[in-house]
Design a protein around this ligand. Structure first.
Ligand SMILES: [Cu+2]
Length: 339
């Protein structure tokens, strides 16, 4: 009774918002973003980041520093197909960031698109360009934090993770569709304060995206008209066409596998399926409270994520696909090799 009374009084006087379990206070907003014309000489990424399929480890501490820059670079998505990509860090998709609910990310990003000035004559898509970043895992004023910066500028801002899950990040500079098809996409994993429930034997990060390309001379260029028509040239897991068909992900028979899946689109849905097993646990958007069981596949629209778990029943090769088979045929196909 005494505790009920205290709770009622606290409720009366606290206008704070809480997240879905009603216990955690939401940390809303943050100080204004700072933009400077200082370029960090260090081009490497920093923080609890890793390129998929690797899943980074969370860092200790209430505030963590995360740095990644934007580059314009050639990117090879298959043996025969390369194009000038705009990317976070050094790949498409950009690095996976992993944080914990309650942690504050002190984020910094330099637009290094002018580093490649000397190449403009060769390829107009190398030309310096404004860029920005939009974290779906954050709750902040987008006009401030997600604003575009000029080539050579650095933006710094903070945000705090309130909800566990698998979230997208992307460049939000107009025309957004164009910046996304050039490769400016990635994934954030937010684990609950106490960590995700359960202990899988192995885990991987999988980001699905579409490429819309046209051939121009010896190389390819992103084609916004094709993107508007939602007619992809290639659909990939972790940025490269059918890469895990050529180099399967290694697992062992009997193991429990956890996948962090993010559909970065930009346009099309995916229906993720592993041939030869059943997804015995699916957490929609990566939040353990959104649990489904015994699923043959998980349907994810653009900017939707999931965490799935399955058991590898016996030795063999288990192909995973976007079961919209046109997408599998365009590259959204891979395999787990179970020894
Ligand atoms: Cu951009």
């Amino acid at each position: 009774m005494k505790y009920l009374l205290i709770a009622a009084i606290t409720g009366l006087f606290c206008s704070c918002q809480t997240n879905d379990n009603g216990k955690e206070k939401l940390i809303l907003g943050s100080p204004k973003a700072v933009v400077t014309d200082q370029i960090n000489k260090d081009t490497s990424i920093r923080g609890p980041l890793a390129y998929a399929p690797e899943v980074p480890k969370t860092a200790d501490g209430d505030t963590i520093d995360v740095k990644m820059d934007v580059h314009h670079r050639m990117f090879k998505i298959s043996k025969d197909v390369s194009f000038t990509s705009w990317m976070f860090g050094n790949a498409v998709p950009g690095p996976v960031l992993k944080v914990r609910v309650g942690q504050t990310v002190r984020f910094s990003m330099t637009d290094r698109s002018n580093d490649t000035m000397r190449n403009v004559g060769m390829d107009m898509n190398m030309a310096p360009m404004q860029h920005s970043i939009d974290f779906h895992a954050a709750m902040v004023n987008p006009e401030d934090k997600y604003r575009s910066i000029q080539p050579g500028e650095t933006i710094t801002f903070t945000w705090t993770a309130n909800y566990p899950g698998v979230f997208m990040y992307h460049c939000g500079t107009p025309m957004v569709l164009m910046h996304m098809i050039y490769g400016m996409i990635g994934m954030v994993i937010v684990e609950p304060k106490e960590g995700f429930p359960g202990k899988p034997d192995r885990e991987f990060a999988i980001v699905q995206n579409e490429y819309y390309l046209s051939k121009k001379g010896d190389y390819y260029v992103p084609d916004t008209a094709k993107a508007r028509l939602k007619q992809p040239s290639f659909v990939t897991f972790n940025g490269k066409v059918a890469q895990y068909v050529v180099h399967p992900l290694k697992v062992k028979a009997g193991e429990r596998i956890r996948l962090y899946i993010m559909n970065d689109g930009p346009n099309n849905a995916t229906n993720f399926h592993v041939i030869g097993t059943i997804l015995d646990k699916v957490w929609l958007d990566g939040n353990p409270k959104n649990q489904l069981v015994g699923m043959q596949s998980v349907f994810l629209g653009p900017a939707s994520g999931a965490i799935v778990e399955f058991v590898v029943p016996e030795k063999g090769t288990y192909t995973f696909v976007d079961h919209s088979f046109a997408d599998a045929d365009m590259g959204a196909m891979g395999s787990f090799q179970a020894d």
